[in-house]
Design a protein around this ligand. Structure first.
Ligand code: NAG
Ligand code: NAG
Ligand code: NAG
Ligand code: NAG
Ligand code: NAG
Ligand code: NAG
Ligand code: NAG
Ligand code: NAG
Ligand code: NAG
Ligand code: NAG
Ligand code: NAG
Length: 731
């Protein structure tokens, strides 16, 4: 076919300006910038900001790049991508359009070192009755042409949509060596201005044909992306690299030159084992193959040694093999043994450390526990007690060689926990204002009563210590024996001998129904024993002891109904040179000496008074109020004894302490009665008169204030008065 002569060149594409053949390399690097609006412009490309007319890049035949409004341009083609590795650049290039003889264009590219990539692009013509040329010039003349035509004389629906099948759209491959190109689109109907023809080079896959493109104004592209291959320089590799100064040689450190398939110039590639930009002045950098599993064939990263451009697989000392995936590393036999030994040692040491840790942890807690126990011991007066016990032991061993005196023992918490099964509630044998009493079994099979005080006032520690000290001194068959105490607990614990039959109070008041002479004999015995015990306390050799809280509740009975005086918490030691001491009034209402109550002067006679009340209880079987001789107790055989005891009780209950008999006299009297059925000093009328109240109906008179404080010295009335006081005080 004939090429129609064009009247106008509508668009002239860019022209590569060639400058002098010698270019100063230093000026090139100095004047180039490598960014454009945030995009990187990699070597060998660069932008000559000052347009110093020197090339800003290595290959002199490369089109100079410019930066306008954050876009990179090569001539007037917008650069879309620069690919250093494949030595390609992607840029927008014009579409050739023919819409009649007055409306067409013929874009041309004097491409310098750029070649239209034959692999990446297609030449396409779109139209109903169209053909297109793709020309390459050599020395200004069109030397080579290719292209395609498409005509359709039938219905447009025969045209395949979305594929460039040849009808409506034809495409051909790009031949190699196409540079200095032009593109021309034509229509077989030259005068047609309605249906246009289009021809263009485009990156394979970047254009999709549509039948819409065949309609008037259906095709809207003015530019489409084209892939260009580029090279640098004009010489082949051997010439370029062997140039004497070599300054313009484009392939930098750790890279090599490649002129295969190039028509002029060369490309650079990083050497194997290196990466980066071979045109960059610093050259390529080493790849650390060991960091990327795909790049090395060592068994593990640990067996990989990276070197410049390479890597080695190796085995650590003591292993054999070359560390590769197929061979790996094997432990040498000798070393295997020592490793096993090391592991065993390691495990052993860990175990020992673990053990020590646990042990010291336990020790720490134990120590803390012991500390706590020590604290309580101290709080509970343990030190004072120890001191008192030891001094007492000293003095007693000096003054009395009596071996019956034996100190209280200090028990440990563990011992008592064990004895009471950790204070099992089933072992509680008594409860009261003072605290709780547990029955316990010591290791040596002794049954004991363990008194656990309520949380006691720390200021009353002295009183507690007192009981311990007092009781530990006494060894009398009618005084309950204190075996020891434990001070390691928050509240101190007292350990007594276990007295089986309960309190005298319980004894009297449970047998209220059937009493007889036998009962009386027992009661007389008990009275005598209690009197004996109190007498003993009052005449206690070193320091007399006043019990201060004598009452039937504090008298215990053992299996043979032997009385044991207990509860010495309020007891006082009275120094020998003092017959009376001032104290805070303390005791149990009903048993409390009225004289003591008024004067606060404590003497042994206070105990005598309280004992008198106990005697009355024994006679009457009543709690300390409303006393009448108990029915059944009184008979012909014992009426004399009962009378005498009643008289004795009355004497004990005299208002003035000094008129009361001493405990010793009382004890002797009772013991005498028991043994010989005799009476002694009390058998006179006034004394009988004194006891009349007990022997007859209870008085109906009421207590009047002042009566008990009469100074009339008449002892008879005092008992009555006292009884009424007791009644009034609401026991
Ligand atoms: C452009 O030229 C000016 C003055 O000649 C110079 O200061 C500046 O550094 C140059 N810019 C570049 C990118 O070379
Ligand atoms: C750069 O200099 C060349 C001549 O050396 C000139 O043709 C061109 O217009 C200049 N470009 C700019 C942007 O100044
Ligand atoms: C930059 O681009 C704008 C429009 O995109 C154009 O008007 C202007 O001439 C361009 N400047 C240069 C130096 O190419
Ligand atoms: C390409 O065209 C330019 C300008 O027309 C010319 O100088 C150059 O020699 C041509 N290249 C080749 C290989 O013909
Ligand atoms: C061809 O495809 C385009 C969209 O891909 C659609 O708009 C058009 O209608 C299709 N043409 C025909 C004839 O189906
Ligand atoms: C095209 O139009 C011109 C006049 O404008 C006419 O001379 C010529 O014959 C026409 N060509 C064809 C192929 O119709
Ligand atoms: C490029 O064109 C060929 C046919 O010449 C085709 O097989 C290939 O899939 C195309 N590649 C892309 C990326 O479209
Ligand atoms: C490289 O080019 C020089 C001269 O341009 C030529 O003599 C030499 O044979 C070329 N080398 C190769 C390998 O093509
Ligand atoms: C080239 O790279 C190697 C390591 O990759 C380095 O030892 C050498 O110093 C580099 N040479 C130059 C000129 O930068
Ligand atoms: C790694 O290789 C270098 C060079 O070959 C060598 O000097 C070095 O000792 C090697 N390191 C190891 C752990 O093998
Ligand atoms: C490692 O050893 C195996 C077997 O001896 C051999 O085939 C392989 O080439 C060796 N690899 C290296 C990197 O030495």
């Amino acid at each position: 076919m004939k090429v129609i002569k064009m009247k106008h060149v509508y668009v002239l594409a860019m022209v590569v300006v060639l400058v002098g053949t010698t270019v100063a390399a230093d000026s090139a690097t100095n004047t180039c910038s490598h960014t454009c609006g945030g995009q990187e412009i990699p070597y060998p490309f660069g932008i000559d900001d000052n347009n110093t007319s020197s090339e800003c890049f290595l290959g002199r035949r490369l089109i100079p790049l410019t930066c306008n409004e954050s876009k990179i341009y090569a001539g007037d083609m917008e650069v879309l991508n620069i690919d250093i590795f494949n030595a390609q650049i992607e840029a927008s290039f014009y579409v050739s359009k023919y819409c009649g003889v007055h409306n067409y264009n013929k874009p041309r590219l004097n491409s310098g070192s750029y070649i239209i990539s034959s692999k990446e692009n297609k030449f396409i013509t779109v139209g109903i009755n169209s053909f297109g040329y793709f020309n390459s010039y050599r020395g200004g003349e069109n030397k080579y042409s290719t292209g395609c035509l498409t005509r359709s004389f039938g219905l447009p629906r025969l045209i395949d949509n979305e594929t460039c099948s040849g009808i409506g759209c034809c495409q051909v491959d790009i031949p190699p060596k196409m540079w200095n190109i032009s593109i021309e689109a034509y229509n077989f109907n030259q005068n047609s201005s309605l249906y246009c023809s289009y021809a263009f080079v485009v990156k394979n896959g970047s254009y999709t044909f549509s039948t819409n493109h065949l309609s008037p104004k259906g095709f809207r592209y003015e530019e489409l992306p084209v892939v260009l291959d580029w090279t640098i320089g004009e010489e082949n590799c051997s010439t370029a690299s062997s140039k004497k100064n070599g300054v313009n040689y484009g392939c930098k450190n750790n890279s090599h030159c490649d002129d295969k398939d190039t028509y002029f110039g060369y490309r650079c590639h990083c050497n194997q084992g290196f990466e980066g930009n071979p045109y960059h002045p610093n050259g390529c950098t080493d790849i650390n193959e060991c960091e990327k599993d795909l790049l090395h064939d060592c068994k593990t990263k640990a067996y990989c040694n990276n070197t410049d451009g390479k890597y080695n697989c190796f085995c650590p000392k003591g292993y054999s093999g070359n560390g590769t995936k197929e061979v790996g590393c094997q432990l040498d036999d000798e070393n295997a043994n020592s490793i096993v030994l090391l592991i065993v040692l390691g495990v052993g040491i860990t175990f020992i450390l673990l053990f020590l840790g646990t042990f010291s942890y336990l020790m720490y807690h134990k120590r803390k526990f012991i500390k706590m126990k020590e604290k309580f011991f101290e709080q509970n007066g343990g030190l004072i007690l120890k001191q008192k016990l030891s001094t007492r032991e000293d003095s007693s061993s000096q003054t009395r060689q009596d071996s019956s005196t034996q100190s209280a023992k200090i028990f440990t918490q563990d011992q008592l926990n064990k004895a009471t099964k950790n204070f099992d509630e089933n072992l509680i044998i008594g409860k009261g204002g003072f605290g709780t009493v547990f029955k316990g079994l010591l290791d040596d099979k002794r049954i004991v009563a363990i008194k656990k005080s309520k949380i006691i006032d720390r200021s009353q520690i002295d009183q507690f210590i007192n009981e311990v000290v007092v009781l530990s001194q006494i060894n009398h068959r009618n005084v309950v024996k204190l075996l020891g105490c434990c001070l390691e607990t928050e509240v101190p614990l007292l350990v007594y001998e276990f007295v089986t039959n309960g309190t005298l109070s319980g004894f009297i008041h449970t047998q209220s129904n059937k009493v007889n002479n036998e009962t009386w004999k027992t009661r007389l015995k008990i009275a005598a024993e209690v009197a004996e015990a109190l007498s003993y306390l009052h005449s206690y050799a070193s320091i007399p002891i006043i019990h201060r809280d004598v009452k039937s509740d504090n008298i215990l009975l053992d299996r043979t109904n032997t009385a044991k005086v207990s509860d010495f918490g309020a007891s006082r030691l009275v120094p020998l040179d003092q017959t009376e001491i001032a104290t805070m009034v303390q005791g149990t209402i009903g048993y409390l000496d009225p004289e003591y109550m008024q004067t606060s002067q404590l003497t042994e006679k206070s105990d005598v008074y309280s004992f008198g009340v106990v005697l009355v209880e024994l006679l009457t079987g009543e709690k300390p109020f409303c006393f009448v001789i108990q029915d059944g107790l009184w008979n012909e055989e014992n009426k004399q004894e009962i009378k005498e005891v009643a008289v004795l009780a009355a004497k004990c209950l005299r208002l003035r302490g000094e008129e009361r008999p001493s405990m010793k006299e009382v004890a002797m009297e009772l013991e005498g009665m028991r043994l010989m059925n005799k009476h002694s000093w009390i058998n006179d009328d006034s004394n009988v008169e004194e006891s009349r109240f007990l022997l007859h109906e209870s008085s109906s008179s009421f207590y009047e204030p002042g009566d008990s404080i009469t100074h009339g010295d008449i002892g008879y009335d005092s008992l009555k008065d006292h009884v009424l006081i007791a009644l009034d005080d609401g026991r």
